[in-house]
Design a protein around this ligand. Structure first.
Ligand code: NAP
Length: 265
């Protein structure tokens, strides 16, 4: 019988993860089944327990349960502890929680977009779950400087305080500073808004990256108009999924063919 995995979230109907994991499984000849589970907003633990009791082997966790998944797991990886959020649960004994969002972003930037993180000054917008999940990985990838900017400055300060050599500020504090990488980890794009960035924010040849995927966003449109190179977050989605697949199955799938298919190529 196939071993069972799922993505749990609310809402989750839009998730591309079942397609991605089915492609990985086919390419690596792994016998798995992967589906979507929409848990009630107050029912993450119950739903995860039920899936596990029914023989489920692991879960991907998406909005709004990543923080609850961190509390749920008995043992967390260093990167999950640093972000205090879990997007991958492995139902080994004891239940293991990891966060693959950061490595997903860094791999998309470096391997798919050929962006040299080591020499860049990076601006990360947002201080929610998505932003917290990638700060550690950006730091480890060797960015020269990392600034976290958020509408609610206190939240950015609380996140930055957990990481070395990371600064926090509000949008109005950015002044004339410019960055080689600007990552949108806010949810502004979901309501067709763009964070209030000053025009000077893009250094020559800068990359603007929106974690939202599958469509153009006001942030990406404004960045393009300012002369920046742009990318959505589809590559991050595929790369974080590949890392989850590796945690569960011990096999590293090739991401390029899946990313091409999702882009309609
Ligand atoms: P979250 O915890 O709700 O945090 C939302 C963040 O966005 C907060 O920092 C909030 O600022 C900020 N924000 C919201 N509206 C804003 C606006 N109009 N202007 C400026 N800032 C605004 O959400 P999350 O879990 O971090 O997710 C953020 C986004 O990342 C979502 O769109 C999600 O789909 C995406 N994501 C993508 C991937 C991928 O694989 N590509 C992975 C993870 C997440 P305040 O603190 O001031 O409220």
């Amino acid at each position: 019988m196939s071993e069972r995995y799922a993505v749990i979230g609310h809402p989750v109907a839009h998730s591309k993860s079942p397609f991605i994991h089915a492609e990985f499984a086919r390419a690596t000849r792994q016998d798995i089944e992967y589906r979507r589970i929409e848990a009630p907003l107050d029912g993450f633990r119950r739903t995860a327990d039920e899936f596990r009791a029914a023989g489920g082997k692991g879960l991907n966790v998406t909005l709004p349960f990543k923080g609850q998944a961190f509390v749920y797991c008995a043992q967390a990886s260093d990167r999950a502890r640093a972000s205090q959020a879990v997007n991958t649960l492995d139902f080994r004994e004891p239940t293991f929680g990891d966060n693959t969002d950061g490595v997903g972003l860094v791999r998309d930037l470096s391997r798919n977009l050929h962006f040299d993180l080591r020499s860049s000054r990076a601006l990360l917008m947002g201080a929610g779950g998505a932003a917290q999940g990638v700060v550690g990985a950006l730091r480890e990838a060797g960015v020269a400087q990392l600034v976290i900017v958020n509408r609610t400055v206190a939240k950015a300060q609380a996140v930055a305080a957990r990481f070395p050599r990371t600064r926090a500020c509000g949008y109005e504090d950015l002044g004339e500073e410019s960055f080689g990488l600007v990552v949108n980890a806010t949810s502004a794009s979901l309501v067709e808004a763009a964070p209030p960035l000053p025009e000077a924010v893009y250094a020559r040849g800068a990359l603007a990256y929106d974690m939202v995927y599958g469509r153009d966003t006001p942030f990406l449109a404004a960045a393009r108009a300012a002369g920046a190179r742009t990318s959505d977050g589809l590559g991050m989605l595929v790369e974080q999924a590949a890392e989850s697949f590796f945690i569960w199955r011990g096999v590293r799938p090739d991401t390029a063919p899946v990313l091409r298919k999702l882009r309609g190529g």
